[in-house]
Design a protein around this ligand. Structure first.
Ligand code: ADP
Ligand code: MG
Length: 518
């Protein structure tokens, strides 16, 4: 029998961290400490400085996490999970990070001080998280688009953001304008109905319609079209490819091809115009200059758009994008809009009064590129929060929903030592309110105790420090943001607590790994 081949693994002292739990959990704490003070409406900002010494102030969890040059591989994991949380629900990243730090802190205590085996703790966390999510679901309240609670969700989600109140108003206007039009298969999908455009040169506004950051092909063509009959083309509009011309050195052939190119371009433009369009939106991968020139010469409104923009344009105007020349002969391809118009000062194109589904564009301004980015993100967060709330319901905010299920989670019956894992989840559930209140300048722990003895739904008023019904003061969160954050926190905690050694491998690339196996 030959000795096992460890391949690229080098379990030599300097490559092995025997105290991995200690090192990994301190990495998590370090990351968590960077964002925990931003939690809640009284959270503080962070000053971010990049390599070029640009300054940027933010209190957005993901922005801060992404700007950290996270360093430690476990810290990297937190950043990735926070990013996923942001993508899936668009909010609750700081909550997830704070809870995961708490779980790891408690879990580590159980493992190190009480000698509980990590697998028991991990199993307990798993059950605890599942149980807690279930309890939150039971407490959730369904809402509809016209309910006052919709406004509360948006305001709560934007309460910690720069200029949040104003943004919340815009978001609510946008939501109510599109209303049921944003429903697909029974669920709201505002990504299909609300566009958010970031524009420093403009004022904040909610536009009924689509706003594209585009210019028309040429200043010569009309700036405005009323009663627009919109043709959207994805057709290849380059009849003769440059590479063909390059390959043919023969002058005669080039001349023939050039003539051919002009004739074919003309044919294409004629076929397009024959549909009766007066506004052509081009998303073709390749467009011959001759085609553009001919469109300009004919005096029709024409502009380039992106493939992503087509989806919105199609829904809004009812146009069917044309892929091949034959499509041009179909009757139903043109979309309609009351008005297509270019604002030349701002280089944007408005499309209003579409014949298809209702759409709204929120134009979000900002004095600098950074503030506009932060406000743009916040606006999207607000829309996401509303979507989650409408689709899954709401729970009391300020950490109240979590606090009042704590005891039930703790008292769930599990066999044996897994029970202790529940304690870990319980402390995480408590940590949210504690952190929000600490950030507001109170003694977090003491205020949490007061809230705990108050009826369900009660938390602490962030200004007076007194117990208050969160439903009544309109501090509510979407259920999904809470459950996703809890699950994300559980995932991080489980992975970190399960690792007992950090080994430095020289090469973990798939190739190296297969070589090792051989
Ligand atoms: P996250 O990145 O987790 O979304 P935020 O900084 O946005 O972090 O804070 C969200 C938390 O702040 C939620 O738990 C929410 O309920 C709470 N919150 C918002 N407004 C208030 C308020 N007026 N009083 C107490 N808690 C609030
Ligand atoms: Mg938030």
């Amino acid at each position: 029998m030959s000795a096992p081949n460890y391949g690229v693994w080098r379990p030599i002292a300097e490559h092995v961290e025997y105290n991995a739990l200690e090192s990994n959990s301190s990495a998590v704490m370090a990351v968590a400490d960077c964002v925990r003070t931003t939690l809640g409406p009284k959270g503080l900002d962070k000053l971010l400085i990049d390599q070029a010494m640009n300054r940027h102030v933010s209190n957005d969890g993901v922005t801060i996490l992404l700007s950290l040059k996270a360093i430690h591989p476990v810290a990297r994991m937190i950043v990735e999970i926070a990013e996923r949380q942001e993508q899936l629900v668009g909010d609750g990243t700081t909550t997830a990070v704070v809870m995961s730090a708490e779980m790891i802190k408690e879990g580590k205590r159980l493992i190190k001080e009480l000698g509980v085996h990590p697998t028991k703790v991990v199993e307990g966390i798993e059950s605890g998280v599942r149980h807690a999510c279930h309890l939150l679901e039971e407490d959730a309240k369904a809402i509809t688009i016209n309910d006052l609670e919709l406004e509360h969700v948006v305001t709560t989600s934007l309460s910690s953001k720069l200029d949040g109140a104003r943004l919340a108003k815009m978001v609510i206007t946008a939501l109510r304008t599109v209303g049921e039009n944003a429903k697909y298969n029974g669920e709201y999908d505002f990504g299909k109905a609300i566009m958010v455009l970031r524009k420093t040169s403009m004022e904040d506004q909610v536009v009924n319609g689509i706003v594209l950051e585009r210019k028309r092909l040429d200043p010569e063509i009309p700036q405005e079209v009323r009663g627009a009959r919109i043709l959207i083309t994805k057709m290849d509009l380059k009849p003769v490819k440059e590479s063909w011309i390059k390959e043919n050195k023969n002058y005669q052939e080039i001349l023939l091809m050039e003539n051919d190119r002009m004739a074919k371009s003309r044919e294409m433009v004629d076929a397009m115009l024959k549909t009766g369009t007066n506004a052509v939106l081009i998303a073709s991968p390749e467009v011959d200059q001759a085609v553009e020139d001919l469109l300009v010469a004919k005096g029709v409104f024409a502009a380039r758009v992106s493939v992503e923009e087509i989806d919105h344009l199609t829904r809004y105007t009812g146009a069917k994008p044309v892929r091949v020349a034959d499509d041009l002969k179909r009757q139903d391809i043109l979309g309609r809009a009351e008005r297509v118009y270019e604002d030349e000062d701002n280089s944007i194109i408005y499309i209003e009064g579409g014949a298809g589904k209702n759409m709204v564009t929120m134009v979000v301004s900002g004095t600098t590129k950074e503030t506009s980015l932060e406000r743009w993100r916040a606006a999207i967060d607000g829309v996401n929060a509303a979507e989650a709330a409408l689709n899954t319901g709401i729970v009391p905010g300020g950490g109240a929903a979590e606090l009042h299920i704590m005891d039930k989670v703790k008292n769930a019956r599990l066999k044996g030592l897994e029970q202790v894992g529940l304690e870990v989840v319980a402390s995480a559930l408590e940590s949210i309110m504690r952190q929000i209140l600490t950030n507001a300048g109170f003694n977090g722990l003491e205020r949490v105790m007061t809230a705990k003895t108050s009826p369900p739904g009660y938390g602490i008023d962030i200004n007076s420090g007194e117990p208050v019904d969160m439903w009544k003061i309109g501090v509510v969160d979407p259920l999904m943001v809470k459950t996703m954050a809890l699950k994300a926190a559980g995932e991080i905690a489980k992975s970190v607590l399960r690792i007992d050694r950090n080994l430095a491998a020289e090469d973990l690339s798939p190739q190296a790994m297969t070589e090792t196996k051989r």
